[in-house]
Design a protein around this ligand. Structure first.
Ligand code: GLN
Length: 284
């Protein structure tokens, strides 16, 4: 069986995927230890029996719905690659919007600092693979970055990612702001669970991802509410809270921000044109 045969065969099995060709190429490149472009230049090369068997096994798992990122053990996010396991949510491109905004806010805060002031500090709540915290630490090295997660298994993955990418993050075990009693930040960012448990989307390939990172009570608003209500006690004056949320949660999030006493509320749209990230300032 040649590279081209193997890809054709796998693509036919992966028709449930939105991206059968790409999935097949990524999995075969992974099995062969080559890049995707290598495959196109070697389409008539023959696969060994072991390579065929390994590729068939991964293709079958993908056909059963396991996300490519878990099969490869890695996912690209922003301008770096993260290790991912089924203990962590696979980072999504929408979340890069949250990172861009958080970077803008920490940079504004840094620019406003005077000599002798303590460093700007930011925290990522429910860090999962460490995606948001690592992006902040890489791109705003002057900022002290912390992160929490309620899952020990997720924190192990996040710590490994931070170490491999050479960034120093203060990781804490616990739910949202709980591990930061008495501490205040200039920027709090989070991509909490926000999907309603009845959402049919949860029956797709996403069922392989950790449900505690995806599903929240109160029609997906419970964790957004918990974070918004507790954030004021952990924000410095003029600090920002940035949250990712569902495309239909903009109004609810805005109401929660107002009820908690935030102002300067802004909602940004993702590349699909959906409301996805809201931010607000604590000026009380
Ligand atoms: N945006 C993700 C999805 O719908 C959900 C992420 C989250 O719940 N925080 O697949």
């Amino acid at each position: 069986m040649t590279v081209a045969d193997a890809l054709r065969h796998a693509q036919a099995q992966l028709q449930h995927s939105d991206t059968p060709d790409l999935d097949a190429q990524l999995l075969l490149a992974h099995v062969l230890g080559k890049s995707r472009s290598w495959l196109f230049a070697h389409d008539i090369d023959a696969l060994t029996a072991d390579q065929q068997a390994a590729f068939a096994a991964l293709t079958a798992r993908r056909a059963a719905g396991e996300p490519v990122a878990y099969l490869l053990g890695r996912a690209d996010f922003y301008d770096f690659t993260l290790k991912v396991t089924p203990d962590v949510l696979i980072p999504r491109p929408e979340t890069e919007l949250l990172v861009e905004q958080a970077l803008e806010k920490v940079r504004e805060k840094s620019a406003a600092k005077k000599v002798g002031d303590p460093p700007v500090c930011a925290v990522d709540l429910g860090t999962g693979s460490g995606a948001i915290a690592i992006a902040l630490a890489r791109h705003a090295p002057e900022v002290a970055v912390a992160a929490s997660d309620a899952s020990c298994a997720a924190l192990t993955v996040a710590r490994e990612n931070a170490q491999r990418l050479g960034v120093d993050i203060d990781f804490r075990h616990g739910s949202w702001l709980e591990p930061f009693a008495g501490e205040r930040f200039d920027v709090i960012a989070s991509n909490p669970p926000y999907i309603d448990s009845a959402d049919p989307h949860l029956r797709g390939d996403i069922r392989h991802e950790p449900q505690q990172a995806l599903v929240a009570g109160e029609h997906g608003l419970a964790d957004l509410r918990a974070i918004i209500e507790r954030a004021p006690a952990h924000l410095n004056a003029g600090g920002w809270l940035l949250l990712e949320h569902g495309y239909d949660q903009q109004d609810a999030v805005e109401s929660l921000f107002r009820a908690a006493g935030f102002d300067a509320i802004v909602c940004l749209h993702d590349l699909a044109g959906q409301p996805r990230v809201s931010l607000a300032q604590w000026n009380n």
